[in-house]
Design a protein around this ligand. Sequence first.
Ligand code: ADP
Ligand code: MG
Length: 238
Amino acid sequence: PAHVEQLRAQLGIRVIGADCPRPVGSLLQASFPQYVLDAVEAAGYTHPTAVQRQAWPIIMKGRDLVALAETGSGKTLAFLLPALVHVNAQPVLREGEGPLALVLAPTRELAVQIHEESVRFGHPCGVSSVCLHGGVPKAPQVLALRKAPEVVVATPGRLTELLAKKKTELSRCTYVVVDEADRMLDLGFVPQLRGLLQQMRPDRQTLMFSATWPAEVQALASTFLLPGFLLLEVGGAL
Ligand code: ADP
Ligand code: MG
């Protein structure tokens, strides 16, 4: 409807794809459970960003999504808060089972940052998180994986290695985020990323975040997201 289009224009966002839910007006409209609202309130965040206002209702409906938005627009919480809800809706993990949600990031620094947010918001929600990246010994990561964390934040290289060594597995993983997909491309991780996504359950929800939309990232999205995925563009990123 026209008023929803007008609202999107005001927020500086554009959506491509069918049956997109309207952006939420506030955090309270995002249909998050109280424990998520409490965690956000504890962080002192009162107003969702534009990408959060449109991404939350899309992701909470279980839709696949590509969101294009520049750095600093609040993409991390756009995918992390729905991840916490998704995780808490699943049957409890048993020993030896891999994560329920996976976030892939191109660099150690980014993985660590996302993991820190995941701990800050996940801990009060009863969700545990482990970070896997190269440049450090594997043993502590292997030990942390034995505690069956619900969320794994990983770089593609280290996760591929640990999967090959059977230190974790992805049979329960139904929520997958590819963050900074364009940097994955720049750093040459696309083949590894393809290898990982290929071995994951087809009934997962897949979300991809990027600042730009080069052909190779489009190809990645069309191969690994459901055909009905929504494309959300924030602030003229396209
Ligand atoms: P991006 O991934 O788009 O570069 P981040 O998710 O890292 O951006 O967010 C940038 C900063 O804004 C972070 O410090 C984050 O904690 C903060 N932030 C995220 N959402 C909100 C919000 N709704 N209100 C205020 N600050 C926010
Ligand atoms: Mg980010």
